[in-house]
Design a protein around this ligand. Structure first.
Ligand code: PEP
Length: 253
């Protein structure tokens, strides 16, 4: 079975102390994960080491960066390379979150480079895709995500594409309180899997975890995750509240 994942995206929220307390509150619940389940905390860079040591003894709890540079190293003030992440044993990184695409003008081709850097250092990218409200209203969402996948991922061979986690995050649902219905999520996830199958074959497509992101909350997670092609979620706002995120973890299949 492919991994079922609850990934927390803290974005630029919480002080160090607040982050530490949040992790304590979540981990103290001792929610045991099956070998097919995983929890990933994508935290701000200065909290990565603290988070790594917090989850050290908790099986299948992992740490992610929220971004990385497409460059290997050098004179890029303020940037963080995948080699740096690798050197502190961070094994996951969000790539192409819609906020980075929008506010930092990250293009599909730039994201392809970030994906390459991650794989060079055996860091698993959590690759985000998803359409805006305007695209959804024009009915072109399927073609839109197909282009995102094609331009950022389809240079990879079958062996490497299997190392990617995909997060479908419709922009109109992020931070808006407007969740896609379980049917909308399942429909798009099935579409994404069919694109992967057309490119790489069924066996590869079936092996890739596809998370849903966009206003997942404690009270809707179970339903949203219920679709056969929905393998958990990437969660922003609700991951900042211990009781909510614990419920979301418990909602994993
Ligand atoms: C996100 O930022 O990835 C996200 C899904 O945010 P929210 O859960 O707050 O909509």
């Amino acid at each position: 079975m492919r991994k079922q994942i609850a990934a927390a995206n803290w974005k630029m929220n919480l002080t160090f102390q607040q982050g530490e307390k949040l992790l304590d509150d979540i981990l103290d619940a001792g929610i045991n994960l099956s070998p097919d389940q995983q929890v990933i905390f994508a935290v701000p860079y200065p909290y990565l080491l603290m988070t790594r040591s917090e989850v050290e003894d908790a099986a299948n709890y992992e740490v992610a960066a929220q971004n990385c540079s497409d460059k290997i190293s050098g004179a890029f003030t303020g940037e963080i390379s995948v080699e740096m992440l690798h050197s502190i044993a961070v094994n996951y990184c969000i790539v192409g979150h819609s906020e980075r695409r929008e506010y930092f003008t990250e293009s599909n081709s730039l994201l392809a480079e970030k994906i390459n850097r991650c794989l060079e250092y055996r860091i698993t990218p959590i690759f985000c895709c998803g359409e805006s409200l305007a695209v959804r209203e024009s009915g072109k969402q399927n073609e839109f995500v197909q282009t995102q996948l094609g331009e950022s991922l389809f240079h990879l061979n079958a062996e490497n594409i299997k190392k990617i986690i995909i997060a479908y995050e419709p922009i109109w649902a992020i931070g808006t309180g407007k969740t896609a219905t379980a049917e909308q999520a399942q429909e798009m996830h099935a579409h994404l899997r069919s694109i992967l199958a057309a490119q790489y074959g069924q066996e590869v497509a079936q092996a890739i975890s596809i998370l849903y992101g966009g206003s997942v909350k404690a009270n809707n997670a179970k339903e949203v995750f219920s679709g056969p092609d929905v393998d958990g979620g990437l969660v922003g706002g609700a991951s900042l509240v211990a009781s909510d995120f614990k419920e979301i973890i418990r909602s994993l299949k």
